[in-house]
Design a protein. Structure first.
Length: 59
């Protein structure tokens, strides 16, 4: 069975916060001598992701 795909919609400020948090996590893992492979892959996916403009309807 295939793994489900998830989509997340972030504002530019939220995207910047997520990237900075992942970089901080990566640095902390390096200091502790742990593997950073998963965080590196996630950073690459996040930075290469397409940026789409969506309209939000007021209810």
């Amino acid at each position: 069975m295939r793994n489900p795909k998830y989509h997340i919609y972030l504002t530019p400020d939220e995207r910047c916060t997520v990237i900075n948090s992942l970089i901080d996590l990566r640095n902390n893992l390096k200091i502790q001598g742990k593997y950073t492979d998963l965080v590196d892959e996630l950073l690459i996916k996040l930075t290469k992701a397409n940026v789409k403009q969506i309209k939000i309807k007021d209810v």
